[in-house]
Design a protein around this ligand. Structure first.
Ligand code: SF4
Length: 243
């Protein structure tokens, strides 16, 4: 890797809010049982390519294998990689799999997923945009279910985030929709709350990112206002991508 490429990658990691990465010592590499990863400050290490040239979703899934890079592997039934159109100009990013997703190995298949499907299908239909859920790509920041559906911890987001970032770079969509504050933080490295960030355009490595509420938040009955706002956000997003 050239010095220039290395600088690009380090800059990319910093933009993503990653200030520590984990490598195995050479001694650890030679052991048959993996040793605990050691935290290393970014400026001191050479890191592997974040998105190898010609990267594909199949390759990324292959590289993940039976991933055990973070503690979320312990309670999972399946790795929920992502689903949908691999060439979609629009990618939705959620937080992490829930119980139904863990069971089926697919993202957004539970109640929140059904709401997301309705939101995409109904908004597109009303706006005369020929798009359905199956036409977009959907994935999460972490690919394994956090215990008790807790929010993923920062180190889990950092480690698993590398796969998300490779997915986005491989697909190169016209826009990304960050569903909820975990996806927003993972992509935008912001401390702003979701109510301030939603409905606006942000950028992730040149790709426009629309932030909106997570469907599970919208399922709470008292969130009628949030529902209206999310539908507005989606309208803006779909017109931007498909007009
Ligand atoms: S959450 Fe991601 S990094 Fe952690 S074990 Fe699962 S696939 Fe690997």
């Amino acid at each position: 890797m050239t010095q220039e490429q290395l600088c690009d990658y380090l800059e990319l990691y910093r933009d993503l809010g990653i200030d520590m990465i984990y490598i195995r010592s050479s001694a650890a590499k030679s052991r048959s049982t993996p040793a605990p990863a050691e935290p290393v400050a970014i400026p001191d290490v050479v890191i592997p390519g974040l998105a190898p040239e010609g990267d594909t979703l199949d390759q990324i899934r292959l590289d993940m294998g039976d991933c055990r890079l973070c503690r979320l592997c312990e309670g999972r039934k399946s790795i929920v990689f992502g689903s949908g159109n691999q060439r979609s100009p629009l990618v939705f990013v959620g937080e992490g799999p829930g119980a139904d997703e863990d069971e089926q190995g697919l993202p957004f298949v539970g109640r929140a997923g059904q709401l997301l499907t309705q939101m995409i299908d109904n908004t597109a239909q009303k706006e005369g945009i020929p798009v359905r859920r199956g036409d977009v790509y959907i994935c999460n920041v972490v690919k394994c279910r956090p215990p008790e559906n807790r929010t993923p911890l920062p180190d889990e987001m950092e480690v698993c985030g590398q796969f998300l970032f490779r997915q986005l770079m491989a697909i190169k969509p016209k826009a990304v929709c960050a569903l909820g504050s975990t996806a927003m933080k993972a992509l935008l490295n912001t401390k702003e709350g979701i109510t301030r960030s939603r409905g606006k355009w942000h950028k992730w490595h040149g790709i426009p990112v629309m932030v909106t509420y997570h469907p599970s938040y919208l399922l709470r009955q008292y969130n009628q206002q949030a529902k209206r706002e999310a539908w507005e956000d989606l309208k803006t997003l779909l017109h931007f991508v498909y007009d």
